[in-house]
Design a protein around this ligand. Structure first.
Ligand SMILES: C[S@@+](CC[C@H](N)C(=O)[O-])C[C@H]1O[C@@H](n2cnc3c(N)ncnc32)[C@H](O)[C@@H]1O
Ligand code: SF4
Length: 345
C-alpha cells in the first residue's frame, strides 16, 4: 500500500499556491499531529505492508523533526524493507537538525521546493529564500547522507527567457542531484495570482528547450513534469494504484472509491477519522487511467480500452502521436498528453 501524509503548515504562503496549508496556524501543530496519529493508527490496522510513503504539504520542514517521531513509530512495523520514504522541504526551514532527524526516522528521498535560482524570479514568486539558501540546504542534505534529492522548479513565468533558464540549468548541472520536477506556473483560483495573466508566459518553445536541456544533463523525462530517477510513489499514482491519504486536505483511493479528509484544520483535528466518500464509475476510473498513463512513461494497457477507444488508438498510431509496445500505448510528446487523452476519452 502507498501512503500519503499531508502537513498543512508553511512558513509563509506563496501567492501562486492553492495547496492546503496555513502560515498562521502553527499553534495547532501539536493537536494536528495527535489527530494524525489517531488516524494513522486506526487505518493501518487493515494494512499489511507499506511500499511507499510521501510526506507532503504544505511544508513538512516547517515543523520540528520531533513531531514525526510518533508517526514513524506507527508506520515502522508495516514498512516494506526497501520502502521509498519521501518528504518535501523548504530551503528556509530544512536545517541540519531537521534533516538529520528525518534521515534517522528512515526518510530516504528529499524534495526541495526551490522554484528558481534567480533572485528576481524568486521575489516575483513571493518566495522567502534566496538562491544561496537553496544551494546551502541542498548541500546540507547531501552531507547528512541523502542520496535521492529532488528539486521543484517553476517555469512559464513572465520573467522566463532562454538566458534565464540557461543560468538555472547551469546551477542545476553542478548540484549532483538525481531528480527534477519542473512545473509550469498555473494561475490557480482563490490565490493572489488568480487571473493575473500578465505574470505568465506560455511558450512551448521555452518548455521544449527546458525539457531537452534537462534530458541532456541526464535527467530523463518520465512524466510531463518529472525528470531523473523515477519516484516510485508518484509512479504508483500514475499507474492507478490504491493509496491511503492521511491528514487534513488529503485524498486517497481504494478500488472504486475516493476518500476526502476535511479541507479544514479544525474539522480534521476534531474528528480525524471522518471522510467524504466519492463513488467512481468505471468510466471515471478509465478516463483518469488514460490521462495519467499518457502523461507519464506508465502508458495505457490496450486491454483496458473499449472498441471505440481502440479505433481512435489506430488513428493516433498512424499519425505517430503515440507508439505501441508490449500491449501498451505510450505518448511521444508529454506536452500534448492532455489533447491526446481528450481525443481518446
Ligand atoms: C506542495 S509544494 C511543496 C514544496 C514546499 N512547500 C516549498 O514550496 O518549498 C510542491 C510544489 O508544487 C509547485 N507548485 C505549487 N503551486 C504551483 C502553481 N500554482 N503552479 C505551478 N507549480 C506549483 C511548486 O513547485 C512546489 O514546490
Ligand atoms: S509552494 Fe510550498 S511553501 Fe509555498 S505555499 Fe505552497 S506549499 Fe507552502
Amino acid at each position: 500500500m502507498q501512503v500519503y501524509i499531508h502537513i498543512p503548515f508553511c512558513e509563509s504562503k506563496c501567492p501562486y499556491c492553492a495547496f492546503g496549508s496555513h502560515s498562521d496556524k502553527f499553534k495547532q501543530t501539536k493537536s494536528y499531529f495527535q489527530a494524525l496519529q489517531k488516524e494513522i493508527a486506526t487505518s493501518l490496522q487493515k494494512v499489511e505492508k507499506i511500499s511507499t510513503v510521501f510526506i507532503g504539504g504544505g511544508t513538512p520542514s516547517s515543523v520540528g523533526g520531533e513531531f514525526y517521531e510518533e508517526i514513524f513509530a506507527l508506520l515502522s512495523s508495516k514498512l516494506a524493507k526497501n520502502a521509498e520514504i519521501s518528504c518535501e522541504a523548504n530551503p528556509n526551514s530544512a536545517n541540519q537538525k531537521w534533516l538529520e532527524n528525518m534521515r534517522k526516522f528512515g526518510v530516504n528521498r528529499i524534495s526541495f521546493g526551490v522554484q528558481s535560482f534567480d533572485e528576481k524570479k524568486l521575489k516575483m514568486l513571493g518566495r522567502i529564500h534566496s538562491k544561496q539558501t537553496a544551494i546551502n540546504a541542498l548541500n546540507l542534505a547531501k552531507e547528512v547522507g541523502f542520496k535521492n534529492i529532488n528539486l521543484d522548479i517553476m517555469y512559464g513565468t513572465k520573467l522566463d527567457t532562454k538566458k534565464l533558464l540557461e543560468s538555472e540549468l547551469k546551477i542545476i548541472s553542478n548540484l549532483k542531484i538525481n531528480h527534477i520536477s519542473a512545473y509550469s506556473l498555473m494561475l490557480e483560483d482563490n490565490t493572489p495570482f488568480e487571473a493575473k495573466f500578465e505574470l505568465k508566459k506560455d511558450s512551448p518553445s521555452l518548455a521544449k528547450f527546458l525539457i531537452n536541456s534537462l534530458e541532456s544533463l541526464g535527467f530523463k523525462q518520465y512524466e510531463i513534469s518529472n525528470f531523473g530517477k523515477p519516484c516510485k510513489h508518484n509512479l504508483g499514482y500514475w499507474s492507478g494504484k490504491d493509496y491511503l491519504g492521511f491528514g487534513a486536505y488529503s485524498v486517497g483511493t481504494l478500488g472504486n472509491q475516493r476518500f476526502y479528509s476535511p479541507s479544514n484544520l479544525d474539522e480534521y483535528i476534531a474528528n480525524p477519522l471522518q471522510k467524504r466518500v466519492e463513488n467512481l464509475s468505471k468510466n471515471d476510473r478509465i478516463c483518469e487511467y488514460i490521462f495519467l498513463g499518457l502523461r507519464s512513461k506508465v502508458g495505457v494497457k490496450l486491454a483496458n480500452l473499449n472498441n471505440e477507444q481502440l479505433e481512435k488508438v489506430q488513428i493516433l498510431l498512424k499519425s505517430k502521436k503515440i507508439y505501441q509496445k508490449n500491449g501498451r500505448i505510450f505518448n511521444t510528446n508529454f506536452l500534448l498528453s492532455d489533447e491526446i487523452s481528450l481525443f481518446l476519452t
